[in-house]
Write a protein that binds this ligand. Sequence first.
Ligand SMILES: [Fe+2]
Length: 345
Amino acid sequence: MTFRELNHAKCKTYLVMCEDRHAAALIDPLRDRIDRYLALLAYFGCRLELIVDTHTHADHRSGAIDLGELTGAPVAMHRRAPAPHVTRHLEGGETLMVGNIALKVLYTPGHTPDSVSLLAGDRVFTGDVLLIHGTGRCDFAGGDAGQGYDSISQKLFTLPENTLVFPAHDYRGHTQSTIGEEKHSNPRVAGRTRAGYIDLMNNLGLPLPDGIQEALQPNQTEIDSTAIAFPTLAQLNQVRQLDPSVLLAEINGAQPPFVLDVREPEEFRGDLGHVPGATLIPLRALTERAHELDAVKDREIVVTCRVGVRSTTAAAILTSLGFDRVSNLKGGMLDWSDAHLPVEH
Ligand SMILES: [Fe+2]
């Protein structure tokens, strides 16, 4: 196995190559460096066989979409990833192969609901869940400090202590650590209880990353920030969230809501199916087609997508266009289908 970090910057991109099979994987590629990655792969004579984002990034545009389109390599992310360009949805416990190299997927939510770590032999790629002498923040984009503590203490810290740790970010010039070192001296986690960790992480008082919406929204939706007017975080936070069981009761009630699905057509007809009777208008076309909803403006509108992220954006857009009875199906079609509620295909 050949292994290297390619950016030498705060955002880390890892190349994993199997020389025997001329196969390579890129972990957390940056959009503004894809030319360099492709040149390097050509130099090594390796095919890109796998692209993985460890989670939906909020601080930079992912290169996964463009690299997937250019090379045809599958884009793998956890099944809770919101974006439509993911061609391989991962679950914890499964193994990805890159030539002869096995990457074992560990589901490690906390920093985001879609965070995974990848274990490759003597090393683990921890995304932003476990950093070197730090941990990824849990205060936006669905983060949850308690989940983060569980992921770190129950999944990562149960790996052998000499396992090398390679995170997705480092702000202080570190390049690697070990599970043992983090377990014993990580200032956020070592010796801290779960409750203590939650208290610490919920009171860090950090400013939001620069340009968060310009990175997060395109990474979540696959839509360029110049193509539609994305809502502000404050507008997103105001969207009413509806539990699947509540929507089901409303559908079966006297005044069923209008269900709007904002995924891509392939997803609407895909494995997860859609809520019976739902109408499809993909998010990217919502602003220009919103007039089609004028006839239902007085009804309750419930917006849905894969995991409830794109539909929260859609609900905020509709609210800003004067629709005042809009809510979001919490957890999207993934939670709906996991709860075995009725679907159409
Ligand atoms: Fe992150």
